[in-house]
Design a protein around this ligand. Structure first.
Ligand code: IPE
Ligand code: IPE
Ligand code: MG
Length: 247
């Protein structure tokens, strides 16, 4: 029985989020420049998108570039942006063929113009697809997102559109970049680092976390299936007791 066949369809996460980490180390291990690792990470993106769509996941969010990643050496940032433009351009037809809609979260206006335009075009060209939504987190950080949400809410209070008493979980959620996306049930991070690195802090409140030592360019379909199988062994209690869940 293949790993894929072992997956219980009735307990499938609707939304999986991945911190794609370890490209630089992967390249360095073979005496190559860091960008070689990023280039090889594209195959893992393809594999993960395909695997998630195949088994029926509805949302896949990939952390591709954080707000803090702007502080990397300029050549690396430039090369990453170039790779991004190229990849989006090359993959749009495949997204359409596979009925996958592209979305993006983050401070998209801070991206270089060609990158921003390419992204908007791909989002527009895939907007009617419905099998799965692929969300790219680009120039994204959760604190940036939360600060923005707070600013918008403060403005609405100032303009008397809402009162401070109206602030609740739903209101905050509706001001996040992910307002139209359910919270991830499963978050995966590759490369052996056990941290969140400013990713979806609000949305991951009750997500199951899965860490693997595999570096991102080595991550394949089977690795995604393995993570899902591990997720399916977890008991999600949401603060309750085990006994309460059974009854
Ligand atoms: C993840 O790989 C990709 C991005 C953050 C853009 P890294 O580039 O962080 O690789 P490591 O962690 O240095 O090995
Ligand atoms: C997190 O990886 C961001 C992305 C994968 C895009 P980093 O490599 O930037 O995270 P840290 O610096 O190790 O926490
Ligand atoms: Mg890293």
């Amino acid at each position: 029985m293949s790993l894929k066949d072992k997956i219980d369809q009735s307990k499938l996460p609707q939304h999986i989020a991945i911190i794609m980490d370890g490209n630089g180390r992967w390249a360095k291990r073979q005496g190559e420049e860091r960008i070689f690792g990023h280039e090889n990470g594209v195959k893992s993106v393809r594999d993960s998108v395909e695997a998630a769509a195949e088994i029926g996941v509805k949302y896949l969010t990939l952390y591709a570039f954080s707000t803090e990643n702007w502080n990397r050496p300029q050549e690396e940032v430039y090369a990453l942006m170039k790779l991004l433009v190229h990849t989006i351009n090359a993959e749009t037809a495949t997204l359409n063929k596979n009925d996958i809609r592209l979305q993006a979260i983050g401070d998209l206006k801070s991206l270089p113009e060609d990158c921003y335009n390419e992204l908007q075009e791909a989002i527009e060209n895939t907007k009617n697809n419905s099998r799965m939504t692929l969300v790219l987190a680009l120039s994204y950080s959760s604190r940036w997102e939360i600060i923005n949400a707070v600013k918008q809410i403060a403005k609405d209070i100032e303009n008397k559109k809402i009162a401070s008493a109206d602030i609740n979980e739903n209101l905050i959620q509706s001001h996040l970049c992910t307002s139209n996306i359910p919270d991830p049930e499963l978050m995966i991070r590759t490369s052996g680092e056990h941290r969140i690195s400013n990713f979806l802090l609000w949305q991951l409140a009750y997500s199951e976390l899965y860490f693997t030592d595999k570096l991102w360019p080595d991550f394949r379909k089977e690795d995604l299936f393995e993570a899902i199988l591990d997720y399916q062994t977890r008991e999600r209690r949401f603060g309750k007791t085990s006994e309460q869940l059974i009854s």
